[in-house]
Ligand binder design. Structure first.
Ligand code: ADP
Length: 462
């Protein structure tokens, strides 16, 4: 039950409300009871003053304290209130009829205070009483009017009961209200939940409805939709990658199968078998290269993970190692390769294998797409804290329209020609990825028939 946000919200709400209501009721009760007691004292005081002035009038007429007392007590009767007349020592001189059954001994301390201040209220036993001197000089005695404390206490008890019932009723009503409000405000979450559950690989392009993009739930739905955008994009990317990869693998496999079927079709000469095997070896080599490239690209998602062995290394060494390897290719092709590096070491944190692969891919392309007699150069320089590797050639160049796509996977400007040269269109996408995982970037500028220049910029340590 407590797993429901709606119930938890309602319970929290009810607890906070109950606490506030209780504090409110308590304070109101305290204030009300103080007023009740004050009113009782006030009322007793006015009653006792009426008694005293009536007494004084009678005393002036009768000139006898006893007679005046009797007249006053018979004339003035108050239901539920007892009138007492006492002498200066507190002995009863007379009392109203209804007070016959009760014996009140007013302590002399109270009489003294009543005398001194000409008025005193006090509680004696279960009676509240107001005492006033019968004459201003305090010679005759005192008049006292008393009332049971329970008169007020009963009222307060009733008030407590009403408060208790009121708090309960309000709490119950408010909790129901809170429960329905919580249900109403959480309604869109349930809708989002249902909509999200319906989204699967088959309908990855569906999105959640957004009623108000500015409120919290709208912003949550927007975030989920953005997540779905990214998921859909990467899922499509994966699908495209798999489709492209299988397509690339299909051609050499078809050649392998076709060639071996033809060779096995009928008995052939040694020379023919040899030629078939050479073709098979070439295609197998192409396959290995593609598979190797695919392996490198498959590492992409683990960017930043231990698979990337970053350590301080000298880019000068990387360049000269790669130039040495490319020199073999350049010699075979009759292309002149020149290397230029800065005298002091350019150090950066990187994965040596990946960086070598990056430079080799660029050099390999440069030699591949440069006709015999052309020139290829690789230069390492330093530019405002960045290491810059430039691989330039005087080869066939890349048409302007194709330049934005050369870093895409499986993209080749001239498919047939590039395949002949052994490429599957993965080399530059690997270069671009390696530059990116080293927080760098690669750019190209090229003129058809004049040559291409690839520039890799990497943040260097020093
Ligand atoms: P590939 O394996 O086919 O060389 P890349 O990703 O390395 O694939 O290159 C993609 C395409 O970019 C190549 O097919 C080629 O058309 C073009 N390209 C790359 N480097 C050069 C270059 N130095 N000169 C001319 N064209 C190039």
């Amino acid at each position: 039950m407590f797993d429901s946000v709606r119930i938890r919200l309602t319970l929290w709400y009810a607890c906070v409300l109950a606490l506030s209501l209780m504090v409110f009721a308590f304070l109101l009760y305290k204030a009300t009871s103080a007023v009740f007691y004050e009113r009782q004292d006030e009322s007793l005081r006015s009653t006792v003053k009426t008694v005293v002035s009536a007494y004084q009038e009678e005393f002036e007429e009768q000139q006898s304290a006893q007679k005046a007392g009797q007249v006053v007590l018979t004339e003035l009767t108050f239901p539920d209130r007892y009138v007492l007349l006492v002498d200066n020592d507190g002995h009863s001189m007379a009392s109203s009829k209804n007070a016959s059954g009760i014996a009140v001994n007013i302590p002399s301390s109270i009489l003294k205070e009543a005398h001194d201040r000409s008025f005193k209220v006090a509680t004696i036993g279960d009676l509240r009483l107001a005492v006033v001197p019968l004459s201003p000089d305090g010679q005759i005695g005192f008049a006292a009017v008393a009332e049971h404390v329970s008169v007020i206490d009963d009222g307060l008890r009733q008030l407590r009961r009403d408060f208790f019932a009121g708090v309960l009723v309000v709490l119950l009503l408010a909790s129901f209200g809170g429960f329905f409000l919580a249900r109403k405000s959480l309604g869109p979450v349930a809708v989002m939940n249902r909509q999200t559950q319906r989204i699967s690989v088959e309908n990855l392009s569906s999105r959640l409805d957004i009623t108000n993009p500015r409120d919290e739930l709208g912003s949550l739905a927007t975030t989920i939709n953005e997540l779905l955008d990214r998921l859909e994009h990467s899922f499509k990317e994966q699908q495209r990658f798999i489709a492209d990869a299988s397509h690339e693998l299909r051609t050499p496999l078809a050649v392998l199968r076709g060639e071996s079927e033809v060779a096995l079709d009928k008995p052939r000469t040694i020379r023919e078998y040899e030629q078939s095997l050479i073709l098979v070896r070439e295609e197998a080599e192409r396959l290995s290269r593609i598979v190797e490239d695919l392996f490198v690209l498959a590492r992409q998602p683990v960017e930043g993970s231990p698979a990337l062995l970053k350590q301080p290394l000298s880019l000068n060494d990387v360049i000269s190692d790669c130039a040495r390897a490319a020199q073999v290719l350049a010699n075979q092709k009759g292309v002149q390769l020149t290397t230029q590096t800065v005298p002091d070491a350019v150090v950066l944190n990187g994965d040596e294998d990946l960086l070598k692969r990056m430079v080799l891919n660029l050099l390999d392309n440069a030699v591949k797409f440069t006709p015999s007699g052309g020139e290829v150069s690789v230069t390492l320089s330093r530019q405002n804290g960045h290491a810059r590797i430039t691989v330039a050639d005087t080869g066939v160049g890349i048409p302007k329209v194709a330049q934005p796509y050369v870093f895409d996977r499986f993209y080749r400007v001239d498919k047939a020609r590039s395949r002949e040269l052994g490429g599957a269109g993965l080399g530059l996408s690997i270069v671009s990825w390696i530059a990116a995982v080293h927080e760098g970037k690669v750019t190209v500028s090229s003129e058809p028939d004049q040559g291409s220049t690839f520039i890799v910029e990497l943040p260097a340590n020093g």
